[in-house]
Design a protein. Structure first.
Length: 410
């Protein structure tokens, strides 16, 4: 009988330990991977900080023109082109106008195609080089629009100024309000000379200096309102006061309402009107229940706040003129002010009183008047083009504050 064999467990070879140099190499590899991961996290944090404070704000929209969007980076380049980068406070106050300038530039760029007028890249580069300016997209667009404006004027509108035309000589005064016009009328009836009254009351510096004298001019030099009155008179005849809604004068009247006031500053809603009478009427409408914002959008000549219903959206006294700030400080919260005259602004709407001295007589048009006629024609064309191109201002106070922060940190 065979004896059973007892099975023997197989021998397990002990695992050989890697040489020390291999263990060290492996450890170094893990340390390298861990280090790269840490660096990636740090870079990610720094990159996110740069993105959130620098890059993302630059990508925020500030304007939309005919469906085309322009961002904060574009606006910053415009500020540099305009030479405003060294003064953050002034740059902030100009941001709305610069955004409107984006609209103006696009109007010229699109409108120039109507005339077949163009500007080459070489011409743009030369202008920027001559002025030692950057070649950013905003700078190139600004330069191109400037060159186009000059070419359109020279090629399309200057030739339209007449070599000769019916012209008149007259005496004229432009008066800021109906009250001023009535005062002038009473003084004329009392026998005071037209020249003396014009020197004391008229809003136009040139007329004030010349005692209201208007030398030979054709239609299209002064305003449409002036032309309609003056060219309808007979020699020696004087007009009644006539309102010219487009005549520009120095000064305007504010209606304001302070809605917030603390140590930070004031939040002042505002409406700018062309005359004291109009301002008083608006005040009465508000007190009778009319909406402040609706009246501001309809009537205000303060184009920085008009589209915002007269509300600047920020408690900052620095945005107010000295006269407006002084009045706001003494005004109770939510109370509507009396009309406040401010000679630091310009407004539209004034009254003409005109006396025809001689004419109309067909005469050769002076070079100066030819230039003025052509520029008025260009202005009318430009405004008509503006109406065809939709525009949206997307600026707000946060974006304006970011502009100041960036310029201040340079």
């Amino acid at each position: 009988m065979k004896q059973k064999r007892i099975p023997v467990a197989p021998k397990i070879k002990p695992r050989q330990r890697a040489p020390s140099w291999q263990r060290q190499k492996k450890m170094q590899r893990w340390i390298l991977i861990a280090g790269i991961a840490v660096i990636a996290v740090i870079v990610g944090i720094v990159s996110f900080g740069f993105y959130s404070t620098q890059l993302r704000p630059r990508l925020q929209p500030v304007a939309k023109v005919a469906g085309k969007t322009f961002d904060m980076g574009y606006l910053m380049d415009m500020i540099d082109y305009a030479g405003l980068g060294s003064n953050p406070a002034i740059a902030r106050g100009m941001t709305d106008r610069l955004v409107e300038l984006i609209w103006d530039n696009e109007v010229l760029l699109k409108g120039s195609k109507e005339f077949g007028v163009s500007v080459t890249d070489e011409e743009v580069s030369k202008l920027l080089k001559d002025r030692n300016l950057s070649g950013s997209r905003a700078a190139r667009n600004m330069a191109r629009a400037e060159l186009l404006s000059g070419k359109i004027f020279e090629q399309q509108f200057k030739p339209k100024a007449p070599a000769s035309a019916p012209q008149i000589r007259a005496q004229a005064m432009l008066l800021a309000s109906r009250d001023k016009a009535q005062e002038a009328g009473k003084r004329l009836e009392a026998g005071e000379s037209f020249a003396d009254i014009a020197k004391s009351l008229t809003e136009v510096t040139q007329l004030k200096e010349k005692g209201g004298e208007v030398d030979w001019v054709p239609q299209g030099v002064i305003t449409d309102g002036f032309d309609q009155v003056a060219f309808g008179l007979k020699p020696g005849e004087m007009s009644q006061p006539v309102l010219d809604e487009k005549a520009v004068k120095t000064g305007g009247h504010w209606i304001i309402r302070v809605t917030e006031k603390d140590e930070v500053g004031m939040r002042v809603e505002r409406i700018l009107l062309g005359s004291k009478e109009e301002a008083q009427k608006v005040k009465e409408q508000i007190e009778a229940g009319a909406g402040f914002a609706a009246l501001a959008r309809e009537l205000s000549q303060d184009f920085d706040t008009k589209d915002k219903g007269g509300d600047p959206g920020k408690k900052a006294s620095s945005t107010l003129s000295p006269k407006l700030a002084e009045a706001a400080l003494g005004l109770e919260l939510n109370k509507v002010s009396e009309p406040i005259f401010d000679d630091s602004v310009s407004t539209e709407g004034a009254y003409w009183i005109i006396k025809l001295v001689e004419g109309p007589v067909e005469k050769e048009v002076s070079d100066e008047n030819k230039d003025l006629v052509a520029r008025n024609l260009l202005s009318k064309w430009f405004l008509s083009m503006r109406e065809k191109i939709p525009f949206e201002n997307l600026l707000d106070d946060a974006k304006k504050d970011w502009v100041v922060e960036q310029l201040s940190s340079r």
